[in-house]
Design a protein around this ligand. Structure first.
Ligand code: IPE
Ligand code: IPE
Ligand code: MG
Length: 244
């Protein structure tokens, strides 16, 4: 269990490295994704146990459709399998599940499964678990711009009413605490179109560990690193000891 002083309220994770994990073992990439799902289970449980309030996991990007169709199908099947299998235990553990992303590209069957899962858990008061599926940071900004533009066109608001707050209110996760910490596994130091607007002042942590190998010890390491950061939000260093 972490001895850290500050537990970030909202942690977002780019779960990268499943393919390489499998390749290192001469196995199919799909095997790596299945191993990745096991890591998800453990990390969700651990996050809830240490008092993280919101965990946002990047499962499938809006660009991941570029992969071979066999891999895309394997990923979508795994997502459906996980939704089916995990819902009961997530609900029992008081987890509130949200799927963020453009789900309209998924089959009606999967869209229904998502809606049902969200409805089942919507009144839960424990960990909020956001799964980003067909999510892109640019899509998120664009869909907000479209909704706001429609309000202007309909005469509901004027151009001057478009404040940062109103714009943010149309983005995914607007009602949740700000993202404190973004973790990316797999060794690459980039965002890959994950949250863009929402991570303006998040702390970023990159690790070479491949996602299937990411466990509570590595999670603690990331939180420890987070605790060494001084978050100034554009201000100047404070002399007071940082409090959570
Ligand atoms: C991350 O692992 C999972 C998804 C993008 C769905 P990758 O499949 O990208 O694994 P690597 O980066 O090829 O090792
Ligand atoms: C980011 O990983 C997407 C997810 C983890 C879901 P990618 O493997 O798709 O990112 P790139 O292609 O290396 O930037
Ligand atoms: Mg990758």
């Amino acid at each position: 269990m972490t001895q850290n002083k500050c537990i970030p309220s909202h942690v977002a994770i780019i779960m990268d490295g499943n393919g390489r994990w499998a390749q290192q073992r001469n196995q199919l990439r799909a095997t790596g994704h299945r191993a990745g799902l096991k890591a998800v289970r453990k990390i969700v449980t651990y996050a809830a146990s240490i008092g993280i309030k919101v965990l946002t996991l990047y499962a499938f990007s809006s660009e991941n459709w570029k992969r071979p169709s066999t891999e895309v199908s394997a990923l979508i099947s795994l997502f459906m399998y996980a939704l089916n299998r995990e819902m009961k235990s997530l609900n029992k553990n008081n987890v509130r599940l949200n799927i963020i992303g453009d789900i309209s590209r998924f089959s009606y069957h999967l869209q229904n499964m998502i809606t049902n899962a969200e409805q089942l858990t919507q009144n839960n008061t424990g960990l909020v678990l956001n799964i980003a599926a067909n999510y892109g940071g640019r899509w998120d900004i664009l869909q907000s711009a479209q909704k706001i533009t429609a309000q202007v066109v309909n005469g509901e608001i004027t151009l001057d009413d478009i404040t940062e707050e109103r714009f943010a209110s149309q983005m995914c996760m607007y009602d949740l605490p700000e993202v404190d910490l973004v973790i990316r596994t797999g060794g690459d130091c980039r965002i890959s179109n994950f949250l863009l607007w929402q991570i303006a002042y998040s702390e970023l942590y990159f690790t070479d560990i491949l996602w299937p190998d990411f466990n509570s010890t590595q999670f603690d390491e990331a939180i420890k690193a987070f605790n060494t950061r001084e978050r100034r939000f554009g201000g100047i260093p404070t002399t007071q000891e940082h409090s959570c």
